[in-house]
Design a protein around this ligand. Structure first.
Ligand SMILES: [Fe+2]
Length: 261
């Protein structure tokens, strides 16, 4: 499911207004191969900036033990636990674990975006690793995401028409976040199953949630804050800008990188 956009012309026309888009063709990212997810997990779980949540139906004491042992237990055992993990500051791995990512992904992507007429305030990669049965929260982000599935399978769920479920103003003030999505008609849902190499454009300020379908799954989202094409912001971003006009003291808080997962 989901419209596939393969040309710059299609993308520059459709990036401003939901629904989410599958991305391919001329827009694909090439020239970088991720290290295996197991290897990334093993390295990144040691980093102080990593955030993880142990999930599952086990007893709370089991989950507490797993939380305590997450960094030190054999990684082969850790991947049998249900969890989700995020890291929002990958630049600290550009010289080692993710060597080449800056040179072969971030610089070319920024150059292409710029060449297509885009400007932005923030553009940074976020890493997500999760195991079978794990779900993200139900939330929206202030940034557009180019979601890039690196390994395993996840399904990215959003709505065909987000306006029916959460207005832009409500999204701006973050009325969304919950562990699970609210009751809704399955026909209203746009669910994109993503395998290795697949790309998805997730619109800023639209509610979504992500489920993991394989034993281990890793994705990287290139997040774009304040994205603008030839002077035009996305439709939902305009609501955020209007909110900042009324509450200028809050505009800086995006720098806190309060990204929800
Ligand atoms: Fe998100």
């Amino acid at each position: 499911m989901g419209t596939l956009v393969t040309t710059v012309e299609q993308f520059t026309e459709r990036w401003r207004i939901p629904p989410n888009l599958r991305i391919g063709g001329d827009l694909a990212i090439t020239g970088y191969t991720f290290p295996p997810a197991l290897h990334v997990l093993d390295a990144i779980r040691q980093d102080e900036a990593v955030r993880f949540t142990i999930l599952g139906n086990e007893d709370w004491s089991v989950r507490m033990d797993r939380t305590a042992a997450f960094r030190t237990a054999p990684v082969e055992e850790v991947v049998t636990w249900r969890f989700r993990l995020v890291h929002f500051n990958l630049s600290r791995f550009y010289d080692g674990l993710l060597s080449g990512f800056q040179q072969h992904v971030m610089v070319p992507w920024r150059s292409r975006l710029s060449g297509w007429g885009f400007t932005w305030q923030r553009c940074a990669p976020l890493l997500f690793i999760s195991t079978a049965g794990a779900s993200s929260t139900y939330h929206n982000d202030n940034s557009h995401g180019l979601v890039w599935q690196a390994e395993g399978i996840k399904t990215f769920h959003s709505y065909v028409d987000p306006d029916k479920h959460l207005g832009a103003e409500a999204a701006v003030v973050g009325e969304t976040t919950a562990e699970d999505p609210p009751e809704h008609n399955p026909a209203d849902r746009l669910s994109v199953r993503m395998g290795p190499g697949d790309l998805l454009w997730s619109h800023a300020l639209t509610p979504h949630w992500v489920t993991t379908e394989s034993q281990l799954a890793m994705s990287v989202t290139l997040s774009h804050g304040g994205l603008c094409h030839q002077g035009r912001f996305a439709k939902r971003e305009l609501a955020l800008r209007e909110y900042w006009d009324r509450h200028p003291e809050e505009a800086w808080k995006l720098d806190l990188r309060n990204v929800r997962y």
